[in-house]
Design a protein around this ligand. Structure first.
Ligand code: SAH
Length: 218
């Protein structure tokens, strides 16, 4: 059952205050986090943990990202209403809901069929509209390219050039890149004449990006 009580609303407000204290200052992002009931995306056994600033298991060996990480990546993306966005790694669908709250026209791709089905059903129930794809997002999703923004929510060994190809000129790719232990947040802007500008940010720990241009052998 999907119930949002005064208690869960209160816990969410506390989480928002914590994120503000950790340096997330964009009120639009904080408002979106305040609006989306994160406990809907976790097993009901985790109700009392849903508003801790931590990652949690969502089954299939995967996790829902930590709220701080969701806010951090969303902030780098700088979503404008109507932006066509590709999210790689739908997972629970939580990050997707935040992007939709911010007005993204969202395409979201998930490798694991069970998670894809589950997230698609949940977002439908919550009336969040997106284009759901089940497949290997390390290759992007060419059928709907080009995108204003691409967000990778799994750790990648490299920046797959195919993702830059699927960006519009002036578009942005946010992707955590590193080894399996830790990854540095990279923000890549696609400039005119095939040039790119890369900005490097903080280190995080993500589950691995699988597939052709991810950690192939895993
Ligand atoms: N954005 C998610 C976080 C999910 S964790 C959320 O808000 O809950 C990363 C997800 O990426 C996992 O669900 C994993 O199955 C998925 N993933 C890993 N490799 C992938 C690939 N090549 N294509 C699409 N999804 C992938």
């Amino acid at each position: 059952m999907l119930v949002d009580t005064y208690k869960t609303k209160g816990m969410r407000q506390t989480l928002v205050n914590q994120l503000r204290a950790k340096g997330i200052v964009d009120e639009r992002i904080l408002e979106a986090i305040n609006k989306v009931p994160r406990h809907f995306f976790l097993d009901s056994a985790f109700l009392n943990h849903a508003y801790q600033d931590k990652a949690f298991s969502i089954g299939e060996g995967q996790t829902i990202s930590q709220p701080y990480t969701v806010a951090y990546q969303t902030n780098l993306l700088n979503i404008n209403t109507g932006d066509k966005v590709l999210e790689i790694g739908t997972g629970s669908g939580y990050q997707a809901s935040i992007l939709i709250e911010l007005g993204a026209n969202l395409y979201t791709i998930e490798y694991n069929r069970k998670l894809y089905e589950k997230a698609k059903q949940l977002l439908h129930k919550l009336n969040y509209k997106a284009h759901f794809v089940c497949g290997d997002g390390s290759q992007g999703f060419a059928a709907a390219a080009p995108y204003d923004k691409i967000l990778v929510t799994a750790g990648s060994p490299t920046v797959p050039s195919i993702l830059i190809e699927q960006l519009k000129e002036g578009g942005k790719l946010v992707i955590p890149v590193g080894d399996l232990q830790s990854q540095q947040m990279c923000c890549i802007e696609k400039l005119p004449h095939g040039e790119t500008k890369i900005n490097l940010h903080d280190f995080f720990v993500f589950v691995p990006l699988l597939g052709k241009f991810g950690w192939k052998g895993l």
